[in-house]
Structures are given as structure tokens and as C-alpha cells.
Design a protein around this ligand. Structure first.
Ligand code: ATR
Length: 281
């Protein structure tokens, strides 16, 4: 597709953005569908966020993704915040509709789509252990709580953050917050373990956030880390008969949901997946 005066503009605001795979994924999707869209990455320092949003608004951008460190601060510069973003406390996608800037969050829904489409798991009735209590855990916890899981135990290195997230998610499901010292007992009772911290991420890929001895065959273990694709946690889980789910799908599906909002079209998920794999080589 030729870029011309009518090309629809989308992109990413972050700091830094050099590592982002979103330009490859989204531009591949636009090309595949023959859509007159382009996606660019913009490195915006925190003090420049307001000017950047004004700039994108004036330049007629159809929408953009938001990443670290702007996911919370951007909320002050938008006209509407959708329920998902309000509940997660962060915006990862902005849509411009009739001159109004709408903030939403596709991370949680993207995670859920990835989990269900890749593993076939029905979230209803699952006993979940969520490792970590940061932004990723908030998004995933919200999506699972809304999807009808039986309970969520949030386990975090800093116990007070686990308690705070558990109390927040308690609006939608049964929850508790614990420190990492008690996580092994919780995992023995669980059907779904989700790892949302950076532990095990390249280059420290030999690290495992829990004692592998507590992993068991009734578990589905899901790790948000996607580099390496198979983390030590997933290897240990697989060895003990557990089902495993890697982090690439969440990245693909959160982008696919943004694509859908901007273009109004069904996203070419397989094309986005291939583009992500290619960019990680
Ligand atoms: P993200 O948005 O990716 O979730 P974040 O909000 O900075 O990032 O949260 C990082 C999470 O990983 C936190 O739960 C953090 O634990 P603390 O709340 O105790 O800081 C967790 N984390 C990071 N490094 C960790 C490590 N080495 N061991 C255990 N947990 C770790």
C-alpha cells in the first residue's frame, strides 16, 4: 500500500521504544489487509507527553498505543476512559473518534484471548495463582476476575502490593494476597499459575520464580515472558506434566484488539504472530 496524503496514522508513545515489536506487527497486519494505515514508534520523554498528545491530535492520528512510562500519565490528557482502562488503572490504546480521544486497555482482554485460543481453557471456575502485582498482573487479574474464575491468589515479593491488588480484584471474585514465601502451598491447590514478573527473562533465563517442586500435572502454567519463548518455569512445568502457555500470544492479541478498534476490521492474527516471531529472530 502506497503511503500518500490520505494514509491513516497510528503509532506508539513510549520511552524508550527501540525494542518494541509493535511497528512490525501492526504494519504487517495493515499490509496483509490492504488497509491505508501506517504505524510509527515515537520516543517521548515524560515531560513531553502532553505536547506529544496535542501534536498527535492536531495531526489527525487515528489512534496510538501507549507503553512505559506513559500508561498512567496519559489518562490526564484524554477525553474518555473506558471501563477496562479505569479498572486496570492504565491505558495502552488510544482511539480518536469524532475528535474525541478515548483511552482503553487491551492487555487484559488480549491475555484472555491468547489463553483461551491457544489452550482451550475455560476460565470459569479456575483457581488462579497470580505471581506479581505490577501493571501486567493488574491487567491479567482484571480480565480473569471478569471472566468468572473461582478465586485469585496474588503472590508477590512485596506482600503489601499483593494485598492491595487482591483487595482491588475482590470487587469481581474471591481473592487473597500473600508473600512469595507462601506461594508453593497456594500453587499446590491451584489449577492455573500465571507468572507476570520479569523473572526468567533474557538474559537471566535460568531464573525460576518458584520452587519447581511445587509444580504439578493438574496445572496450566502461563508465563508472560516471551523472550525466551520457553522460560525455565515453563520447562520445569512441562517436565512435571503441566500444560504450558507462553507470553507471545498476549503481545499479539493486545495489538490485534488495537488494530480492530482503529480499522474496524477483523485482525489477521496469524500474520501478526509471524511478524512478531520474525522480529524476535
Ligand atoms: P509490569 O508492568 O511489567 O508488571 P511492574 O509494575 O514494575 O512491571 O511490576 C513488576 C513486578 O515484578 C512486581 O510484582 C515485582 O515485585 P515487587 O512488587 O516486589 O517489586 C516483580 N518482580 C520484579 N523483579 C522481581 C524479582 N527479582 N523477584 C520477584 N519479583 C520480582
Amino acid at each position: 500500500m502506497q503511503i500518500d496524503a490520505n494514509t491513516m496514522k497510528t503509532g506508539l508513545l513510549g520511552h524508550p521504544v527501540g525494542h518494541s515489536k509493535s511497528p512490525e506487527m501492526l504494519n504487517a497486519a495493515y499490509r496483509r489487509e490492504g488497509l491505508p494505515f501506517v504505524y510509527l514508534a515515537f520516543d517521548v520523554a515524560p515531560g513531553d507527553l502532553e505536547s506529544a498528545v496535542t501534536g498527535l491530535r492536531v495531526l489527525g492520528f487515528k489512534g496510538w498505543n501507549v507503553t512505559i512510562p506513559h500508561k498512567v500519565a496519559i489518562m490526564d490528557h484524554l477525553d474518555d476512559i473506558e471501563e477496562s482502562a479505569r479498572a486496570i488503572g492504565a491505558v495502552n490504546t488510544v482511539i480518536s473518534e469524532g475528535g474525541r480521544l478515548i483511552g482503553t486497555n487491551t492487555d487484559g482482554a488480549g491475555y484472555l484471548r491468547s489463553l483461551v485460543s491457544e489452550t482451550g481453557m475455560d476460565p470459569v471456575g479456575q483457581r488462579v495463582v497470580l505471581l506479581g502485582a505490577g501493571g501486567a498482573a493488574r491487567a491479567v487479574g482484571y480480565a480473569l476476575a471478569r471472566a468468572g474464575v473461582e478465586r485469585i491468589t496474588v503472590a508477590n515479593r512485596t506482600e503489601s502490593r499483593a494485598e492491595a491488588l487482591a483487595s482491588h480484584l475482590g470487587r469481581w471474585t474471591k481473592t487473597s494476597g500473600i508473600g512469595l514465601s507462601r506461594v508453593e502451598d497456594a500453587i499446590r491447590e491451584a489449577s492455573l499459575l500465571i507468572q507476570t514478573t520479569s523473572v526468567g527473562m533474557h538474559p537471566d533465563s535460568s531464573a525460576c520464580p518458584v520452587d519447581p517442586g511445587c509444580l504439578h500435572g493438574e496445572l496450566l502454567v502461563s508465563d508472560l515472558v516471551y523472550h525466551p519463548r520457553e522460560t525455565r518455569l515453563l520447562k520445569e512445568a512441562h517436565r512435571r506434566g503441566a500444560r504450558v502457555h507462553g507470553g507471545m500470544g498476549m503481545l499479539v492479541h493486545q495489538g490485534a484488539l488495537a488494530f480492530q478498534r482503529w480499522t474496524g476490521q477483523t485482525p489477521p492474527v496469524a500474520t501478526m504472530w509471524d511478524a512478531l516471531e520474525e522480529s524476535l529472530k
